[in-house]
Each structure stands twice: as structure tokens, then as C-alpha cells.
Design a protein around this ligand. Structure first.
Ligand code: ATP
Ligand code: MG
Length: 250
């Protein structure tokens, strides 16, 4: 089977500092994959390379078998990959609904000609409505996005990716800054709304990883030291020594 996302021998240096040292990763279509590892291991750097925000010094990245290594971020987005940042990227002064409409409209624009767009606005509204409901923000429809709570903004952020029609999602620490109850709700929301899509997620909270991930990869000092089921990873001696134990090396 062609992986949804494949990373081959990716290396990244910043100046003289080698951050990624030959990363290999293959994620099946529809798989939920968690990337864990100590602070500074290179997780966000890897996401940035996949999303086109920077280029690797070596290696190759494929999305459904087509190389995306040197494409611009917008071109990668058009191919169905969406990335959420550690901070949210909503338009603060637009309503929740209009934020979703913008995301749906951008995706629609790529599929249709300009003269079809007015009739296409019903499709856009319907899509925005459907996502609004899915991410649990129906009651917040007309509220300015900037006034949402932090957890709600993250839900909207996820909604933007869904409204854009992404089949592959990169979520970088989606529960960061949340309390336990909010984090559990966020993970449940991600689980429910990403069914059938491919998900690669950086997450420090092991409860969250266990609740959602089919497989886990562990990045330590720029190398994947283990990939496996959450249970196998939790039992892995090398992983425990490098990361999960209290002896965390960075
Ligand atoms: N643009 C940059 N220029 C120089 N160094 C960078 C740059 N971006 C990241 N780094 C360095 O690369 C290393 C890896 O950073 P990265 O953000 O990828 O780690 P991470 O695994 O996401 O960590 P965290 O869990 O804290 O989010 C860090 O030492 C960081 O300081
Ligand atoms: Mg990071």
C-alpha cells in the first residue's frame, strides 16, 4: 500500500547544528500516528519540513506517493495536507462561521472556476455548517473568533483544517495549555472528526497518545529510535531510558 505520508532519510541543519539526522517515517492512509520525544528533539522542525515551511538538507517527503519535498506550503495544502500550529491561526475579528467559510471557500476555489463560485457558495455554507457542528461550536456561530476560549479556538483551528478538506493532518501539541478535562475533550474531538483521515500528531500527554494513536514514533536527538503500538512503545526499554522514564535527556 502507498503510505499517506512517507519521510525518507530527512536531515536538517541550522547552521552547524544538526537537528534531524536521517528521519524515516511511513504512515498508512487513515492511520493515527503520534510523534513523541523530549523537548528540542526536532518534532516541530520535522512538521515544518513536511508542511513546506522549510526545506531539508537531505532526504525526501512523499504525500500519497508524490514527492512534495520542495513544494511551497500553499501547494502542499492544495494537495490535502493541513497543519495546525502550537498557536492558533484563526481570524480573530471574523465570526466563527465566517472563519470556517473562508477555509471552505479557499478549498472550493481550487476545485472550481470563478464563474461557478456564486452558485458554489451554498456548498461552502453547507460545508462550514457541517464542520461547525462537528467541532461542537454551533452555539458560538456568530461570535468573533478572537473572543473564544483557548480550547474553543483550538477546536476552531481543527475545524479550519477539516473545512479545507484536508485528508492528512499534522497537529502539533493540540492539547498544550489545556487542563486535563479540556485535553480529554480535545482528544475525543480529534478522534471523532479525523475518522478516515490520516493524522500525525505531536503530543506530550501519554494518556492522550494512548487514547488516539494506532502507532507511535519516538524522536530523540533527531533520530526515530522506535516505532510501534502505544503498548509496545510504553514497554520499550530504550524508549523508557531516553524519554518516558524520569531520566529525560534532551
Ligand atoms: N529556525 C531555527 N534556527 C535555529 N535553530 C532552530 C530553529 N528551529 C528550531 N531550532 C532548534 O532545533 C531544535 C529542535 O527544535 P524543535 O522545535 O523542532 O523541537 P521540538 O521537538 O518540537 O521541541 P518541543 O517539544 O519543545 O516543542 C531546538 O534545539 C531548537 O532550538
Ligand atoms: Mg515543538
Amino acid at each position: 500500500m502507498i503510505p499517506a505520508l512517507a519521510v525518507y532519510g530527512v536531515e536538517k541543519r541550522f547552521g552547524a547544528t544538526q537537528i534531524l539526522r536521517g528521519v524515516d517515517l511511513a504512515i498508512e492512509p487513515g492511520e493515527r500516528h503520534a510523534l513523541i520525544g523530549p523537548n528540542g528533539a526536532g518534532k516541530s522542525t520535522l512538521f515544518n519540513l513536511i508542511a513546506g515551511g522549510a526545506r531539508p538538507n537531505a532526504g525526501r517527503i512523499d504525500l500519497f506517493g508524490a514527492e512534495i519535498t520542495r513544494l511551497a506550503p500553499a501547494a502542499i495544502t492544495r494537495r490535502g495536507l493541513a497543519r495546525s500550529f502550537q498557536t492558533t491561526s484563526v481570524f480573530a475579528r471574523l465570526s466563527v462561521f465566517d472563519n470556517l467559510r473562508c477555509a471552505a471557500m479557499l478549498a472550493e476555489r481550487d476545485r472550481t472556476r470563478w464563474w461557478q463560485r456564486f452558485s458554489g457558495s451554498r456548498t461552502v455554507d453547507a460545508r462550514a455548517d457541517q464542520v461547525l457542528e462537528a467541532v461542537g461550536l454551533s452555539a458560538r456561530r456568530h461570535i468573533q473568533a478572537g473572543t473564544l476560549s483557548y480550547a474553543e479556538q483550538r477546536a476552531l483551528d481543527l475545524g479550519l483544517a477539516l473545512a479545507g478538506g484536508a485528508h492528512t493532518l499534522l497537529l502539533d501539541e493540540p492539547t498544550a495549555g489545556m487542563n486535563r478535562a479540556e485535553a480529554a475533550r480535545a482528544i475525543e474531538l480529534i478522534r471523532a472528526t479525523t475518522a478516515g483521515r490520516t493524522l500525525l500528531m505531536v503530543e506530550h500527554d501519554m494518556d492522550a497518545v494512548f487514547a488516539i494513536a494506532d502507532r507511535v514514533s519516538v524522536l530523540v536527538q533527531g533520530r526515530i529510535i522506535a516505532t510501534g503500538t502505544p503498548a509496545a512503545i510504553r514497554a520499550d526499554a530504550a524508549v523508557r531510558a531516553a524519554y518516558l522514564g524520569d531520566n529525560v535527556r534532551t
